[in-house]
Design a protein around this ligand. Structure first.
Ligand code: SF4
Ligand code: SF4
Length: 139
């Protein structure tokens, strides 16, 4: 296979290890995320941010449980809000910031065993852009 034919499956296969729910860096939630999740868990956005969020760099992030994992992580079910999880989780690892700088992808791969390292940067940029477009993200 030539590098031109690499697909997202070639560079990422989720190992379902749950490490990305550990909370390092925080999971940002947008206004749309907050409204969607609040509805799903039958509360309102204000109560949701007070109960389930912290503030980091002036943005809401999901708070962590006592085990250091996201408050919505469950060791058996994994993500308990999977159908409405934040865009950041839905897109992972195909997030714009990951390919903004060469080396970011491999750095993130040290905490995500599903990400293949040492992929050419231009291939990463191409695949991430395609995945995000197909997933409906507008950037
Ligand atoms: S850390 Fe990576 S491999 Fe593990 S569950 Fe998250 S996305 Fe999947
Ligand atoms: S919302 Fe779900 S997928 Fe995202 S960090 Fe929390 S448990 Fe993990």
């Amino acid at each position: 296979m030539t590098s031109d034919s690499l697909t997202s499956d070639d560079i990422f296969q989720c190992a379902c290890c749950g490490q990305c729910c550990n909370g390092f860096g925080g999971t940002y939630v947008s206004t749309e995320d907050i409204e969607r999740i609040a509805l799903f868990i039958d509360t309102d956005p204000e109560d949701f941010t007070q109960t389930y969020c912290d503030v980091s760099a002036n943005r809401f992030v999901l708070t962590q449980g006592g085990d250091g994992k996201c408050i919505f992580f469950d060791s058996e079910k994994y993500c308990t809000i999977h159908p409405v999880k934040p865009d950041m989780c839905r897109a992972w690892p195909f997030i714009a910031a990951v390919v903004r700088e060469p080396g970011n992808w491999d750095l993130m791969a040290t905490t995500c065993p599903g990400m293949k390292k040492h992929v050419a940067h231009e291939e990463l940029v191409r695949i991430v852009a395609r995945e995000r477009k197909e997933a409906g993200f507008s950037d």
